[in-house]
Design a protein around this ligand. Structure first.
Ligand code: FES
Length: 491
């Protein structure tokens, strides 16, 4: 039974306290009025201090400082605490937070400095001067000047706080981010595990020391190095706006090589190593999205849905699996977006009618599909026949496991055949096999590594500069491309 919360679109800067709008407005008004009153009071004291300093009359100075003390005790001091309290409440109940933005930290620091300085230095000094100035006689000017400078400093800090409050400079504080080690991997801790569906377990991975994780885009996958040293690829199924934890969903394959079984044995607190997220299943910008998922292929699609939902764009999901109890996220998706999600547990509802699903789609629709080959081939065939104008992007999983397939490449000129493992790029495999393929960017951007395909179908990510040669032959970018079948390339 699924035990996870429903996936929700989340923003990274949610307030800790949610206030009704009238209460928030009242808080803002209270904060602004108290701030203005505090600044006006300190300005008034500063003007008085300067005046009596130049008047050079110890008795007048003593009376002024005594009046300041009395005025402070009658309520002027309370205003500073009102400003501080309403400021903290505003920080916690708005997206600004208390320590998310430099200007808020600076403002808070200035207010606290003035309050502490006022309590510990200015108030006792004013009391002392008020009580003893006449007796101090000729030395009062030094003490008076010191106090005046203190008030001037308080005025400067409050004026500074008012300016930064208006200008909001310097941007947000940059939180610490997990950094990969020399081998490109970084350690994370298992934060939570939960059963999502029959044989499917959700694993949340958070940074050590609660640092932010490296950013990723919907559709990305990571390599997970398990405690035994086995490495497995899993798509991220969490919200790309949430960088406090990654989430993967692992289908347990009892007849597999043991990676998924080991992943299912992970417990909160266990440490695993991750690669940086990589994306070969990019989400483009479209006015409408059709998502098609089969089995555990739902994982990158969940992340895409969260991103599209956050952008407020329309979408529809066609999700198929053998039984509903084996379809991870099915209940959560159908409950959260009942008008967008259609489920096809094939044991009871049969296979999805793909012709009906693609018929009538707007021409700029983006179709994103992930799942087993049979589903993706059927979808590609349907779109090719019924809606060739639609853009289809797919990610293939072997047997719905979340593990990418091995494939073979034959470099025809050198006569070398290499096998590309699930954990390596074709570029690495070719170079390791003695086929010298030059490279530069290794992210599919420069085209240095590309090879003409003589036979087979490459799966290039959509961002590669030229998917085809001028004569129409496909290109293969071994630094980022893969294939679901045997390829023969001109190398
Ligand atoms: S090295 Fe630049 S595209 Fe492959």
């Amino acid at each position: 039974m699924p035990t996870e919360r429903a996936p929700k679109s989340r923003r990274s800067h949610r307030p800790r306290i949610r206030l009704p709008e009238p209460a928030r407005r009242a808080l803002v008004a209270c904060h602004v009025l108290a701030s203005v009153g505090w600044l006006a009071y300190v300005t008034f004291v500063l003007v008085l201090a300067v005046y009596v300093y130049f008047a050079d009359d110890p008795v007048l100075a003593g009376e002024v400082w005594m009046a300041v003390k009395v005025f402070n005790d009658l309520g002027a001091g309370v205003v500073s605490f009102v400003v501080l309290g309403t400021g903290v409440a505003l920080g916690l109940s708005t997206r600004w937070g208390l320590v998310r933005h430099w200007w808020v930290i600076a403002k808070l620091g200035a207010a606290v400095a003035v309050i502490v300085g006022g309590l510990l230095v200015l108030r006792p000094s004013a009391t002392y001067l008020g009580d003893h100035l006449v007796a101090v006689g000729g030395t009062h000017r030094t003490a008076h000047l010191t106090l005046t400078v203190g008030v001037a400093l308080a005025f400067a800090l409050l004026a500074f706080a008012a300016v930064v409050s208006y200008a909001r400079p310097w941007g947000p504080v940059r939180p610490a981010v997990e950094r990969p080690q020399d081998d490109g991997r970084f350690e994370v801790r298992v934060r939570r595990v939960a059963d999502l569906a029959e044989k499917v377990r959700s694993i949340e991975l958070a940074g050590l020391h609660n640092r932010l994780l490296p950013p990723f885009e919907a559709g990305a996958h990571i390599e997970v190095e398990l405690p035994s040293g086995l490495v497995r690829h899993y798509s991220l199924c969490s919200d790309s706006a949430d960088r406090l934890a990654y989430r993967i969903a692992v289908l347990r394959e009892d007849a597999g090589q043991g990676g998924s079984r080991e992943a299912h044995r992970l417990r909160p607190g266990d440490v695993v190593r991750l690669s940086l997220p990589r994306n070969m299943f990019y989400l483009g910008l479209h006015p409408y999205y059709l998502f098609v998922a089969g089995g555990i292929g739902i994982t990158p699609i969940v992340s895409m849905i969260l991103q599209v939902e956050r952008a407020g764009l329309p979408w529809r999901l066609v999700y198929t699996g053998r039984t509903r109890s084996r379809m991870a996220f099915a209940d959560q998706l159908a409950t959260t977006w009942p008008g967008n999600v259609v489920l096809y547990p094939t044991a009871t509802a049969g296979r999805p009618n793909l012709v009906a699903e693609v018929a009538g789609l707007p021409s700029a629709t983006g179709v994103y599909a992930c799942g087993p080959d049979r589903l993706l081939n059927a979808l590609a065939g349907t779109i090719g026949r019924a809606a060739p104008h639609i853009e289809l992007r797919t990610e293939r999983f072997s047997s719905g496991s979340g593990v990418r397939e091995r494939f073979e490449i034959l470099a025809e000129r050198t006569g070398t055949a290499v096998e590309v493992g699930v954990q390596q790029s074709a570029l690495d495999a070719l170079n390791a096999g003695g086929v010298d393929v030059p490279s530069s960017c290794e992210i599919g951007a420069c085209g240095t590594c590309r090879l003409r395909v003589l036979e087979g179908h490459p799966e290039n990510p959509p961002h590669v500069p030229e998917p085809n040669a001028p004569d129409g032959a496909p290109y293969f970018y071994p630094c980022v491309s893969r294939s679901g079948e045997h390829l023969i390339v001109d190398a």
